[in-house]
Design a protein around this ligand. Structure first.
Ligand code: ADP
Ligand code: MG
Length: 749
């Protein structure tokens, strides 16, 4: 089957002669044997015994030991799922999906039956049927709002806790509280106090606790790939830790001799060098060697850590182009992109073995660091960078930045090369950088994130004073206060009582960022619910919408041959050409009101064309991205009908918006995103109103050469400049009208 990826239309390469075989629905005997040899199997008995004795347990085991795939099955087989499902939380949706798919295979059942996943806009589980539920942490937080005692579950496994995602941190506190409440209810039942219900235990929930028979104690397993677990053990009342020893082989690390300035280019060069002649690298061996054990071999795949979808697609394209110039006789190289926006099927394909005689180059984001294990990797190329969202409380803005990884992350990345035998890791930074510049470990996200969503969830969970809430690690007070203030201005909190308003309560139940939820709800007042549903859907999907139009094969990143006859052609042109082709596709749907409405136009047109594949290709639109947007829109319609009320025709998608609707949409968006407004100065430059900082319109914007006096931006990207992206033209006067508390007099002075 053709690889569905963003690159589909951008990179055209010939299709592999033999399509890669699809995995069988169940594991082969050999695969099952390998599964039973995973390190966690050695700890199975101890783990189950500890969990019988204790409500909470901490499990530490290296990445690839089998924590995520095996431990839930242990619990299930031992009967822990008899009176409720087992939830396994994941910080990343891709991991939740691919791992659930794998575990369903291991258990020999169809996905969505005994094993399922629940991620934003996609729930394949069935209550009462699904026993192992892989769920993103954010989704479980939302479930807890409706079911604070988590009565649907007998056990919650908090996975990837070492990553310290805000939502996982928050979940720790939620499960701890649910656990205590359920214990108390059990005690009461045992003492014969009967099913009295709410005892004012501090949780604002409606009944459930007192229903008979009492729910069993909630078992909590905290799983981590690193050893620094004292914080969590203490948080869960001194929970015991089980440490499973992993099996790892020596990894030799090599460093760049001097700092490199283009990491995509450097990563591609290093990949090709490793591929053809791994000894010939111009990188120096260094001192950060992982513990040694013998082992050697000739082949093995290459795992390249890059920062995001765009860089990965650029690297795939460069690889395709350069592979043509490799010496004859070199084996084939198969670039396999792996990032969140790819379809789950494409993700799974990166995990499957390459055809015989072909080496895979997996081009991945941090996702391959600890959440997903790619079998067969022997070489790691580490850019030393990652993309990170940071919140600047003082300025009220979120930015997406490429930042250096921590030493701990660098070691994790290197470790990926030594899972099966001795490996090598090529760090595209100097040894000096590694030892002297990288932080020991990355700060917990809660210390640097925008907390608006967290505070909204807490309020919905009945926490009145969020500053007194028992977090695993307290967030900066300034960030909490900024979040409260933001929610106040969004109308989610009552200014006098600080309690949730009806709007806030709806916002908390929506699987959307508070600003998007607010904008969507504002559509009611601006008569544009249907168009706003489209807008929210098209802005919520990851992955490029505009791709190269015209020709371009169905293959995404395909096989690249090193033959001199040029059988593998890249369709001509480099990254710049691909970008300008995407810009051309964008221009076809350009709206004078900016990029967001341009996307809505494209989506409406595609809808009218029935998402026809030829039409999409001819118009430079990604059918896959459109299909996900369409799916999200349907989900949002269902959500709206449940939470808000009848849709009054809004479920139908308009091909073309009326001028009134365009105005309505821009006003509704203003109600949610007023904090991201920028105005043009007399000198032609833009200044962001909230931060008073100068920002520049990103060259990809349809408004790049058509500057409007006032715009909203959905994204602020820090590179060489502070770029604003995904713009919408608004009327400056709307700001004061729709967010008077934000734009009071002194702000505007
Ligand atoms: P951990 O959570 O400890 O990092 P996992 O449970 O995710 O480990 O993975 C255990 C092993 O299962 C991995 O080492 C990998 O070899 C194998 N595995 C997991 N998912 C897949 C998959 N989709 N395809 C093939 N092998 C897989
Ligand atoms: Mg795992």
């Amino acid at each position: 089957p053709a690889r569905a990826s963003n690159a589909a239309a951008r990179v055209s390469v010939h299709k592999p002669a033999g399509a890669r075989p699809r995995p069988a629905p169940t594991l082969s005997e050999a695969e099952d044997r390998a599964r039973r040899e995973l390190p966690v199997w050695a700890g199975r008995t101890e783990l189950l015994r500890e969990l019988e004795l204790n409500d909470s347990l901490i499990v530490m085991a290296e990445t690839g030991s089998g924590k995520t795939t095996q431990i839930p099955q242990f619990l299930h087989e031992a009967g822990f799922s008899a009176r409720g499902a087992i939830a396994i939380t994941q910080p990343r949706r891709v991991a939740a999906i691919t791992i659930a798919t794998r575990v369903a295979r291991e258990m020999g059942c169809a996905l969505g039956t005994r094993v399922g996943y629940s991620v934003r806009f996609d729930d394949t589980t069935e209550r009462g049927v699904t026993k192992l539920k892989y769920i993103t942490d954010g989704m479980l937080v939302r479930e807890a709002i409706a079911d604070p005692l988590l009565l649907a579950y007998a056990a919650v496994l908090l996975d990837e806790v070492h990553e310290r995602s805000v939502q996982t941190d928050l979940l720790c506190a939620i499960v701890k509280r649910a656990q205590a409440e359920r214990r108390r209810a059990l005690e009461r039942a045992r003492r014969g106090c009967g099913a009295g219900g709410g005892d004012g235990g501090g949780v604002a929930h409606g009944g459930g606790a007192g229903a008979s028979p009492p729910s069993p104690p909630l078992k909590v397993v905290v799983m981590s790939a690193t050893l620094e677990m004292a914080t969590f053990s203490a948080f869960f009342g001194g929970a015991p830790c089980v440490h499973v020893r992993g099996r790892s082989h020596p990894v030799t690390c090599f460093y760049a001799a001097a700092p490199l300035d283009d990491y995509v280019e450097a990563a591609v060069t290093a990949t090709l060098q490793v591929h053809c002649e791994e000894a010939g690298l111009r990188l120096d061996a260094g001192r950060d060697e992982l513990p040694a054990r013998a082992g050697d071999g000739a082949d093995g795949d290459i795992l390249v850590f890059l920062t995001g979808a765009e860089e990965i697609e650029a690297a795939a394209q460069l690889l395709n182009a350069r592979a043509r110039r490799l010496p004859a006789g070199c084996p084939k190289l198969l670039p396999c992109p792996m990032y969140a926006a790819l379809s789950p099927a494409a993700q799974l394909r990166a995990l499957e073995p390459a055809p015989r005689g072909v080496r895979k180059a997996i081009l991945a984001t941090t996702i391959a660091e600890t959440s997903l294990t790619v079998p067969g990797v022997r070489y790691v190329i580490d850019s030393g960078l990652t993309k990170s969202r940071r919140f600047h409380a003082g300025k009220g803005v979120d930015t997406l930045q490429v930042v250096p990884i921590s030493k701990a992350a660098a070691r994790q990345r290197a470790g990926r090369a030594g899972r099966e035998r001795a490996g090598k890791c090529f760090r595209l930074y100097t040894e000096h950088t590694f030892f002297n510049e990288l932080e020991a470990s990355a700060p917990a996200e809660i210390a640097r994130a925008n907390l608006a969503a967290v505070v909204l969830s807490l309020k919905a969970l009945g926490v009145t004073d969020v500053t007194a809430f028992e977090f695993v690690q307290s967030p900066p007070r300034a960030a909490l206060l900024a979040a409260l203030e933001h929610l106040l201005v969004l109308g989610a909190l009552d200014a006098k009582t600080g309690a949730l308003t009806p709007t806030g309560s709806l916002m908390a139940r929506m699987p959307l960022e508070p600003s998007y939820a607010r904008a969507l709800l504002a559509a009611r007042a601006h008569d544009c619910v249907g168009p706003m549903l489209t807008l929210t859907a098209v802005m919520s999907v990851e992955g490029a919408l505009f791709v190269r139009g015209g020709s371009g094969g169905a293959a995404g990143a395909g096989e690249v041959g090193a033959r001199a006859d040029g059988a593998a052609h890249d369709g001509g042109g480099g990254i710049a050409a691909a970008h300008s082709a995407a810009d051309a596709a964008r221009a076809r749907f350009a709206s004078q009101y900016g990029d967001v409405l341009t996307r809505v136009h494209a989506m409406g047109a595609a809808h009218a064309a029935g998402y026809n594949a030829d039409w999409c290709r001819a118009h430079g639109l990604s059918k896959r991205t459109l299909a996900s947007a369409e799916r999200v829109r349907r989900q949002l319609c269902g959500l709206w009908a449940r939470l808000v009320g009848p849709l009054a025709g809004a479920e139908r998608e308009a091909a073309v918006l009326s001028e009134d609707e365009r105005r309505g949409v821009r006003r509704a968006l203003t109600a949610g995103f007023f904090a991201r407004a920028a105005v043009r100065q007399p000198n032609g430059r833009y200044v962001a109103l909230a931060s008073r900082e100068e920002v520049a319109v990103h060259p990809s914007s349809v408004l790049f050469s058509r500057k409007a006096p006032c715009v909203l931006f959905q994204e602020l990207v820090l590179t060489t400049k502070r770029y604003i992206r995904e713009l919408t033209v608004i009327d400056e006067a709307w700001l004061a009208e729709l967010a008077p508390d934000f734009f009071d007099d002194d702000e505007r002075a």
